[in-house]
Ligand binder design. Structure first.
Ligand code: HEC
Length: 107
């Protein structure tokens, strides 16, 4: 397991690695690990993290810590949105961390 996501250095390293090797991002760690799940998110939030319609918020470049907090709140039902509650419920803690890292590094 190569989990760098708990350290600031890891995040910076990841962002650099992705920027430098966008086409081989699948080898780069946590954001790459999100690729298996992110397919469902982009329908609304966009492949570039820019929401596809006015009701879908932009996630591009948002702080991962904030995204993680929102996803946990959707998962627990503390934050209510029918779509997001249903989508977040099956996510594991690792999924949430990885998806948050993915959207944070989008530019
Ligand atoms: C069917 C459309 C749809 C899909 C698919 C979807 N979302 Fe959302 N998402 C929304 C809507 C709508 C909101 C705003 C909810 C609200 O108003 O509170 C939202 C909000 C969010 C937020 C909070 C943003 C903020 O600024 O507070 C995050 C984080 C998020 N979504 C992540 C995801 C992730 C990760 C996925 C994929 C697992 C995903 N979404 C899939 C519709 C969607």
């Amino acid at each position: 397991m190569h989990k760098h996501y708990l350290t600031t250095a890891g995040r910076s390293l990841l962002a650099c690695a992705l920027a430098a090797t966008a086409t081989t991002a699948a080898a780069a760690g946590d954001a790459a690990a999100a690729m298996a799940k992110v397919g469902t998110c982009v329908a609304c939030h966009g492949a570039d993290g820019i929401g596809k319609a006015p009701q879908y918020p932009n996630l591009q470049g948002q702080k991962a810590a904030y995204l993680e907090k929102q996803l946990r709140a959707f998962r627990s039902g503390e934050r209510k949105d029918s779509n997001m509650n249903a989508l977040a419920r099956p996510l594991s803690d690792a999924d949430i961390v990885n998806l948050s890292a993915y959207f944070e590094q989008l530019r």
